[in-house]
Design a protein around this ligand. Structure first.
Ligand code: CA
Length: 240
């Protein structure tokens, strides 16, 4: 799934140029000419990253960034500020409100794409197209293929996304609610039990390889992907 990038920019020529280059690089794009429109877009669905112009008519880019950081639902969206300003003080202000990176106009399309890729890799590795390989388990986002010791593993789309997320966030426990947010997307109102169903399917698909043990149940907390043996419980394959 290509990462979805929201571009908030009031100068039409720059907006078109950025959108064109992002699409060429394989990203899904959404556009907003001002902060107010951006809020509407974000309210509808969360982008994977926001390219945010500093100087906007009405609410400024900085104000919008601050607002997003204060909101529980939007506080983790990666933000790259676009600006014509070059003063060091402004750069500090941008990073202080929680922008993840900062690009000064004029910028080359190549620099823009490189910065976006770097931020996505760091913050939302599951939105990057990079192949992930962990001890013989290989996931290739460019063709959605998963192989275990070179044998193809057949996964449904949800199990694929779940595995992608888990392989890019290893050794940390995620609650079912967090997995729903990160894998199914926010604004989805489905039962947490659904997570268990897909975890079960994923384990089943990996069972013959023995890699199903890497998807561990952490009692009353959630799930964790780890290649380290799970010593905490003897019944790690059961529900929470
Ligand atoms: Ca502007």
């Amino acid at each position: 799934m290509a990462a979805k990038i929201l571009v908030v920019e009031d100068e039409a020529a720059i907006l078109e140029l950025v959108i064109f280059n992002l699409q060429q690089a394989g990203y899904d794009t959404i556009r907003a000419e001002n902060a107010e429109k951006a809020m509407i877009v974000i309210n509808d669905s969360l982008p994977d990253l926001i390219l945010l112009d500093w100087m906007l008519p009405g609410m400024s880019g900085i104000e919008l960034a601050r607002k997003l950081r204060r909101n529980e639902r939007t506080r983790l969206i990666p933000i790259i500020m676009l600006t014509a300003r070059v003063q060091e003080g402004d750069k500090v202000a941008g990073l202080e409100i929680g922008a993840d990176d900062y690009i000064t106009k004029p910028f080359s399309p190549r620099e823009l794409i490189a910065r976006i890729n770097a931020v996505l890799r760091r913050i939302a590795p599951e939105a990057s197209d990079e192949v992930i390989e962990i001890k013989g388990l290989r996931l290739d986002p460019s063709n959605h293929r998963v192989t275990a010791n070179k044998h193809e593993i057949d996964l449904g789309p949800t199990e694929y996304r779940l595995l992608h997320f888990m392989m890019t966030h290893t050794d940390r426990v995620y609650s079912r609610g967090q997995l729903l947010d990160r894998v199914w997307g926010d604004h989805v109102f489905i039962e947490e039990r659904t997570v268990d169903v897909h975890i079960r399917r994923l384990r089943k698909a990996l069972q013959l390889t023995g890699m199903d043990d890497w998807i561990q149940t952490v009692r009353s907390a959630g799930y964790r992907f780890s290649v380290a043996p799970d010593l905490s419980t003897s019944d790690s394959n059961e529900g929470i």
